[in-house]
Design a protein around this ligand. Structure first.
Ligand SMILES: *[C@@H]1O[C@H](CO)[C@@H](O)[C@H](O)[C@H]1NC(C)=O
Ligand SMILES: *[C@@H]1O[C@H](CO)[C@@H](O)[C@H](O)[C@H]1NC(C)=O
Length: 379
């Protein structure tokens, strides 16, 4: 897949706003307007690179789902929810399996959507040969490097960014999370992973990605220290992903979120929200709860607008039908922008409004500066 020229890049950035949503009429809500700008189109007009979503190949048979997922007016950047993770991409040692992930990449490519690729090194969703293997530092380092090299090279040219290391810190105090990698390699697994990814693809953006950076000062401090350590050792890190798995009514304000993002951009890395869902802790949601969720989504998206080096927002599935929360936390969920039957929720309208407000207050629609500066966007 060839590197895009700047002209193509600009076409990619703006195409979504010009095309009507071909299949929107198949959705059930009465608020549809096929000619109105959607999430991605408005995000680009507001000066950002993308609004994106995680999708899963298992949902591709759902026509209503795909009508929204395929619509670049709504989503300009896709993430494979599961199929690039180690358990999917290298289920047996040295035997790589890319068919599912390739389907996601091909679909995005057909739609003119980019890819955020996710993820290379994570403590979870590992095959048992990794978690139960008898490793030494040397053998696990070699297995990790082989995994990273093969996966990154396979998707080379397709990934705007890679989540190189995912969720390396524990839930509360900023200590390193226990994992097979930490146990055998020590904290060195992180710089080693970034070095391997950089060697495999010099052009994709390399991200560290974690949750609760929005709400845990200890975790944010540990992550800042990690970024500084990599930079001091001249190991490339380009971005930090704020996952954005948040709770209705427990989401920080727009200003507080922007302040958290700026701690990182002050170090010279870009930031993005990478896995946003804002869940209810108990269901069913009340109408005031849906309004609170709308305000929380608007605060989060607004904070990205307020920080120049925040490149975009990705939601972790767009419909309550397929969001992971309800299957992991019983009785919780409804964390997405669309309901389980594909009606746009108040949160969707609130995100549209925060984007429209930003565009009208900035006067004219802009082409994002960071794309002009760097001209790097790949297929
Ligand atoms: C649909 O959106 C377009 C563009 O924002 C607007 O001009 C038009 O009035 C809208 N139509 C309806 C029926 O709301
Ligand atoms: C594992 O090896 C790396 C060098 O590849 C080294 O930096 C690190 O300290 C070692 N880890 C442990 C726990 O000895």
């Amino acid at each position: 897949m060839a590197r895009l020229t700047r002209a193509l890049l600009m076409a990619l950035a703006t195409a979504g706003s010009a095309t009507a949503a071909p299949a929107e009429s198949t959705t059930t809500t009465t608020t549809q307007n096929a000619t109105a700008d959607g999430l991605h189109s408005l995000m680009v007009k507001a000066g950002k690179m993308y609004f994106g979503t995680a999708i899963d190949v298992n949902n591709f048979a759902d026509a209503k789902y795909m009508a929204i997922a395929d619509n670049k007016n709504e989503f300009g950047m896709m993430t494979a929810e599961n199929s690039m993770k180690w358990s999917s991409s290298e289920p047996n040692q040295g035997k790589f399996a890319f068919a599912s992930a390739d389907k996601v990449v091909e679909r995005a490519k057909k739609n003119g959507q980019g890819m955020r690729c996710h993820n290379l090194i994570w403590y979870n969703q590992l095959p048992s040969y990794v978690t139960s293997g008898s490793w030494t530092n040397e053998t696990l380092t070699a297995a990790m490097q082989t995994h990273i090299t093969n996966v990154v090279e396979h998707f080379k040219g397709a990934c705007y960014a890679w989540d190189v290391v995912n969720e390396a810190f524990g839930d509360g105090d900023g200590s390193y999370r226990q994992s097979v990698f930490l146990k055998n390699i020590g904290e060195a697994f992180i710089p080693l992973a970034f070095q391997a990814a950089a060697a495999a693809d010099p052009d994709t953006k390399l991200y560290f990605n974690d949750f609760n950076l929005e709400i845990s000062p200890d975790k944010a401090a540990a992550t800042l220290a990690l970024v500084k350590d990599l930079q001091a050792r001249k190991i490339r890190i380009d971005g930090v992903g704020f996952q954005g798995h948040l709770v209705v009514g427990g989401t920080p304000t727009r200003d507080a979120l922007a302040t958290s993002l700026r701690q990182f951009t002050a170090l010279g890395v870009e930031v993005a929200y990478t896995e946003v869902d804002i869940r209810f802790e108990s269901l069913p949601a009340s109408s005031s709860g849906l309004e609170q969720q709308a305000q929380d989504y608007a605060a989060l998206v607004g904070s990205c607008l307020d920080v120049k080096e925040c490149v975009g927002v990705t939601v972790w599935q767009f419909s309550d039908k397929y969001n992971w929360v309800s299957s992991v936390f019983k009785g919780k969920g409804d964390a997405c922008l669309w309901s389980a039957d594909y009606a746009k929720k108040p949160a969707y309208d609130a995100v549209i409004k925060v984007l429209q407000d930003a565009i009208s207050s900035s006067g004219t629609s802009k082409i994002p500066g960071f794309m002009m500066d760097e001209g790097v966007f790949f297929w």
